[in-house]
Design a protein around this ligand. Structure first.
Ligand code: FAD
Length: 817
């Protein structure tokens, strides 16, 4: 093979891989690796873990040194040398030696670009403040560690995987952490119901999570930095770390006339060749084809960068090596949990207009009787006709990596859900189950495709058909910890004997905790001539979709809610008499154990219970609220477990409000002026009569709480159109009858003024002043595209679980529609 001269720009993931592969293919070739930073081949993926202290030795991040590359691979490594221009005509690059300032040129036969992607820094006022940092390389990491010295608080901006890893790193350093995320969820590529448990995990670990919030400005302050937030609040902090995404470094390529793709990355063919046949490009800077959607995409991950570097080198040496697209297989550790994904998410499928069916399963990560097992939640998308696996997401404390990797291979190999049923996967109790969670996902999906059971999704429950009825087949103990409003409870073991309570005219939306008993119930019902569907993923999926009750914990029970961000532990006034280890057990196991233990205790004595089921965190406060026992604390424990301490209260019984106060919870569903007036008149009246009042605004009702003036909120086209069409606040509501293009409304307002009736705005202000809780339904906000910043101050966000919790303490409930 003829000797060649290869120049490579960028000496980390893609560049170093290309260089090493090129040397393995040719001993004669001259290989020059140009890197503008002081290091090559460092582990950028490991940077957050050195900041957090897990990787104590900084040098461990330097996977290969320039000396090792020179000695072992005879690569001419030039660090602190930046390529400033490419001349494709002359096949030369212009280089600046950043140490000496010398500018020189170097010729090439083949050029490989692997310049990576740079952190996005939007033009926010004050962003150039030296305490606003980002994390891409070793120098950034050193700067962050130095900046954190002596600081008690840091703000993270962006809840993607770097933001999440940094949140854990900061908390490990004992630094108070606020994570600000513009979207209503962290980990943007995943579906919202799969990440709601991460929100809980972050909060439990002391991270002050501000979703739906953006930073509008940075300024200097006594503590270091002051952040202005879109919510109107300000945040004092020591350091701000931006992690809002990356942008491909394409300036060199663009200036050299290389073609860019529609997503803004360097365009390459499957040989990693750019529009110039002598120039290859790899890694974060290039645009790839999404393996499932077949559409161009930017997917900045280390695995693809490394493989592409190798493929570019192969092709330089005329080996026919092709890059077979990117499916976005990724995993991220978030304190005790991990979230992994591969292929299509539901969001991505909808965006791409790809037909899909979805199922959820929540099995144990390994045999539940063997220590250390934890609940693993999996969502799988598949083609509704062929059953081909399209995507999977998994979240849990154990076993996420193994399952996501199996799904990744299944997608790559074009396997169907029927193939998943057949996969022979390794099993012994410490590692899995005889029916592995992946097999299990296959069984559930294949049952649907074979017509053994009809699927019901949470969306069908939120918008039920008129003839449908919810049937909860869990035990009464499970129901005590929360259920779906309006459901009828017949435990599965009683169902055969109680079929006469059901009607053949109705369609039953059946649910249990995870979907297994629901499936059995559906088989039983179908064979008895009833019409039914099974809620996939059961009540757990419902809870994760509609809200998570760590938000509903009393403030002082939330870990990390102390204002100084120090780990102050409250000393509860109680006598701890029993500890229970319920790790590995699924609900209702831990709740039943808790109940039985408390039954044996006296007033004021307490039980400390540890469980690994993440749903336990939501169940315990709900169960305590329902029964009247007192939740003293709930916190993360070792190895992905959660520990709750509950104090026995003698008056405890189902449904007794703990405060002993009378309560009223009303749902406000519509945005008619007269009905809004009625809602606030009743609320003000009830609060003055000593009631605790909650108004739960859902769907159109949310418009009552919108601000009237212009609000800057990031919205897509449909959300903007919706926003324009819907009334903006209390002053813009129509009358439900005789509105007559606003004439009726003007008349009624005139009469109200004449008769000295308070205006709606005054009633709202009075209600807030008197302590009426105004809660907006987050799911409805999301559906209608209403953002937090559009709402008046003093409004809380919540899900159905929160509503049910308030309802369980209420003696009266009105639906104002
Ligand atoms: P990089 O590895 O960024 O290398 C590009 C290099 O090119 C840089 O060192 C830059 O200095 C140099 N360069 C740029 N322009 C020039 C020029 N003109 N002249 C000379 N040199 C130049 N991915 C995962 O899959 N899993 C993870 O867990 C993960 N964690 C991450 C954590 C962090 C904090 C970061 C920052 C990234 C993480 N990634 C992770 C992403 C992964 O590191 C990247 O996808 C991968 O490094 C991309 O490789 P690359 O070669 O394209 O770019």
């Amino acid at each position: 093979m003829e000797a060649k001269k290869i120049v490579i720009i960028g000496g980390v993931a893609g560049g170093a891989s290309a260089a090493a592969r090129a040397r393995r293919l040719s001993e004669e070739t001259e290989i020059i690796l140009l890197e503008r930073g002081p290091y090559v081949s460092f582990a950028n993926c490991g940077l957050p873990y050195h900041i957090g202290g897990e990787i104590a030795d900084r040098d461990r991040l330097l996977v290969t040194t320039p000396e090792q590359l020179r000695t072992r691979f005879r690569i001419d490594v030039r660090t602190r040398n930046e390529v400033t221009a490419i001349d494709p005509e002359k096949k030369e690059v212009e280089i600046k030696n950043l140490e000496s300032g010398e500018v020189y040129r170097e010729s090439y036969d083949s050029l490989v670009l692997s310049p990576g992607a740079e952190p996005i820094r939007p033009p926010i006022p004050g962003i150039d403040n030296p305490n606003v940092l980002s994390l891409r390389n070793m120098e950034d990491m050193d700067r962050i560690i130095q900046a954190l010295d002596g600081k008690t608080h840091a703000a993270l901006i962006g809840g993607g995987y770097i933001g999440l890893e940094m949140a854990e790193a900061l908390r490990r350093r004992g630094v108070g952490t606020t994570l600000i995320e513009l979207a209503p969820q962290v980990m943007g590529p995943a579906d919202p119901e799969m990440v709601s448990i991460l929100h809980q995990e972050l909060t439990l670990n002391g991270v002050d999570l501000r979703l739906g919030t953006s930073v509008t400005g940075f300024s200097e302050s006594a503590k270091g930095l002051k952040l202005a937030l879109s919510s109107g609040e300000t945040l004092e902090t020591g350091v701000a770390i931006l992690a809002i995404g990356v942008r491909p470094e394409t300036a060199l390529a663009k200036a050299a006339g290389l073609e860019l793709g529609p997503r803004g990355g360097i365009k390459v063919n499957d040989r990693m060749q750019t529009s110039d046949e002598n120039i290859y490009a790899v890694g974060d800077a290039v645009e790839v084809i999404d393996f499932v959607t077949r559409q161009p995409a930017l997917i900045p991950l280390a695995g693809p960068a490394n493989r592409q570097g190798r493929i570019a080198a192969d092709n330089i040496f005329v080996r026919d090596s092709r890059y077979k697209d990117t499916q976005g297989t990724a995993i991220c550790k978030v304190f005790n949990l991990a979230i992994g994904m591969t292929g299509l998410s539901e969001k991505a499928a909808r965006r791409a207009g790809i037909a899909f069916e979805k199922i959820y399963v929540h099995p144990s990560s390994h045999a539940s009787y063997y220590p250390g097992s934890a609940s693993l939640s999996i969502k799988m998308l598949f083609d509704p006709q062929s059953g081909k696996v399209l995507g999977a997401q998994a979240v849990g404390a154990d076993g996420v990596d193994k399952r996501i990797d199996v799904f990744a291979v299944a997608i790559r190999a074009g396997l169907t859900v029927y193939d998943l049923e057949e996969l022979e996967l390794s099993y012994a109790p410490p590692f899995g189950s005889a029916k592995d969670p992946v097999n299990f996902a296959g069984f559930v999906a294949a049952n649907v495709l074979r017509g053994d059971v009809k699927l019901c999704q949470v969306e069908d429950i939120i918008n039920p058909a008129p003839h449908s009825k919810l049937l909860d087949v869990r035990t009464t103990e499970e129901v005590a910890a929360g259920t779906i409003p309006g459901s009828k409870n017949i435990p599965i073991d009683e169902l055969r004997d109680r079929l006469d309570e059901l009607s053949k005219e109705k369609e039953y939306l059946v649910f249990c905790r995870v979907g297994v008993r629901g499936y059995l119930a559906c088989r039983m019902l179908t064979q008895n001539g009833f019409n039914c569907r099974n809620l996939t993923g059961g009540y757990i999926t419902y809870q994760r979709t509609t809200g998570i009750s760590v938000d509903e914990m009393p403030e002082d029970h939330k870990p990390g809610s102390d204002s100084d961000y120090e780990d102050v532990k409250k000393e509860p006034t109680m006598k701890l008499v029993k500890t229970i280890n319920a790790c590995g057990q699924q609900c209702p196991g831990p709740i039943l154990q808790l109940k039985n233990a408390l039954d044996e205790l006296k007033e004021g004595e307490a039980v400390c219970i540890t469980a690994t089921d993440p749903g336990f965190v939501a169940d315990v406060p709900a169960w305590c609220n329902t029964t009247g026992h007192e939740l003293a604390s709930i916190e993360p424990a070792e190895k992905g477990a959660y520990r709750a301490t509950v104090i026995k209260r003698a008056h405890a019984a189902g449904g007794i409000p703990m405060s002993g106060k009378r309560a009223m919870t009303n749902v406000v569903f519509c945005n008619d002026f007269d009905k809004a007036m009625a809602a606030f008149i009743i609320a003000n009246g009830a609060v003055s009569a000593g009631y605790e009042v909650t108004l739960f605004f859902t769907f159109w009702g949310i418009n009552i709480l919108r601000k009237s003036g212009p609000v800057v909120a990031k919205k897509n086209l449909i959300e903007k159109m919706f926003g324009i069409m819907m009334p903006k606040g209390a002053n813009k509501l129509p009358l439900s009858k005789m509105n007559m293009a606003g004439m009726g409304l003007a008349m009624i307002k005139g009469i109200m003024k004449h008769k000295n009736v308070m205006t709606l705005q005054e009633l709202i202000a009075q209600a807030k002043f008197s302590g009426v809780k105004l809660v907006v339904c987050t799911m409805s906000m999301d559906l209608m595209g209403i953002k937090r910043e559009e709402l008046i101050d003093g409004v809380e966000e919540g899900g159905v679980a929160m509503y049910i919790d308030h309802l369980s303490r209420s003696g009266a409930n009105l639906f104002i529609s």
